[in-house]
Write a protein that binds this ligand. Structure first.
Ligand SMILES: [Cu+2]
Length: 353
């Protein structure tokens, strides 16, 4: 790294000296100063503009062709489709505007290149033109912003009316813990000051709060398909972000406060594994892994698709490893699984013995 910085500094110093000598040369009064562009230079630069235009269009087509496959598969939550169409339309509009304006920009750069003897014609202002190029972005952006606000309000529906499952996501450097609200579906009070690792009170639950007794603390998130889940996020140390890409869900976890997000999963893990895009991705990933296995490298076990909760804030050196598996299953399977988990009250009793 130090060597790289030294080389970078040397190169920059060399460029600075070169530029300074050029300025010095230009400042000398000479009749045939070759530094001033002539018609040939202007034409040459005009064609270079076209070459650059072809390059950026080519790059765009290449990226579509090469990287479309790494995009997320179909959304696995109820609100996901609405979110995706907002995103898609924003992309489509940006793409069209970008393609047209770049084409025009480079074409006019070529058309009105400097020609000896030609004097540039200009007008100081044109009210009609200014009106047009102001009103079009105003209408398009207002439309997108209003649609975005409408979608956001729809998605951020964290009310408790339709009996959602209440789950806490607890972030800390560098792992996630989930807490289910238990039979009463009410999370017990908690505070980082009450954390007592020796007694397995890892989330700082208030033992005096009766709502905490039936809470269930787990390291793997199970969700019943078709039921709304209200997540309440907490962080123990720094800013984290609970990111569940397949459900198009993300919310910051902020120390000292509870943030919320809610969604309804619509496909079980098993159903998602049958999704053609997911099947493709698993195939591609496992081909890479098989190649690694052949060379005796690690990270070469066959991979199976699972939903995942990731941290999406760079929160420290092991941030990349901060993840938790999410399993969406039938209500039956979920009930069976949750019944096997130990409640906070029982864990405390066991640790008191
Ligand atoms: Cu984090």
């Amino acid at each position: 790294m130090t060597a790289f910085l030294i080389i970078a500094v040397l190169v920059l110093v060399a460029i600075a000296i070169w530029q300074m000598t050029k300025i010095f040369e230009l400042s000398q009064i000479k009749a045939d100063n070759s530094q001033i562009a002539n018609d040939k230079d202007n034409k040459y630069n005009g064609y270079l503009l076209f070459a650059f235009l072809i390059f950026i269009y080519g790059l765009t087509i290449f990226c579509f062709w090469k990287y479309s496959e790494v995009l997320l598969p179909e959304a696995a939550s109820e609100h996901g489709a609405e979110y995706d169409s907002l995103m898609l339309w924003s992309f489509v509009i940006i793409f069209i505007v970008q393609t047209l304006t770049q084409g025009l920009l480079h074409y006019f750069g070529f058309k009105y290149r400097g020609v000896k003897g030609n004097k540039a014609l200009f007008f100081a202002d044109n009210d009609r033109l200014e009106f047009i190029w102001t009103i079009i972005p105003v209408i398009v952006l207002s439309g997108l912003i209003l649609w975005g606000l409408y979608t956001w309000t729809n998605i951020m529906d964290v009310n408790d009316e339709d009996d959602p499952l209440i789950v806490e996501l607890y972030a800390q450097q560098f792992n996630w813990t989930a807490r289910y609200a238990g039979d009463d579906n009410v999370l017990g009070d908690a505070n980082v000051r009450l954390i007592d690792i020796d007694r397995a009170n890892v989330l700082g639950l208030d033992e005096a709060d009766p709502n905490a007794t039936d809470d269930i603390i787990v390291k793997e998130l199970h969700l019943p398909v078709g039921r709304k889940v209200n997540f309440k996020m907490r962080s123990q140390d720094v800013l984290h972000s609970a990111y569940m890409p397949h459900f198009r869900a993300q919310m910051n976890c902020v120390p000292g406060m509870i943030t919320e997000f809610s969604y309804t999963p619509i496909y079980t893990t098993e159903q998602m594994r049958q999704n053609p895009d997911v099947i493709d991705k698993v195939k591609r990933t496992n081909a890479i892994r098989a190649a690694r296995a052949a060379k005796g490298e690690d990270n070469s076990d066959p991979w199976e698709f699972d939903y995942i909760l990731l941290c999406n804030k760079i929160c420290g050196k092991s941030h990349y490893n901060m993840q938790m598996k999410i399993i969406v299953e039938s209500e039956e399977d979920y009930n069976k699984w949750i019944a096997e988990q130990q409640s906070f009250g029982k864990t405390m009793m066991a640790s008191a013995k």
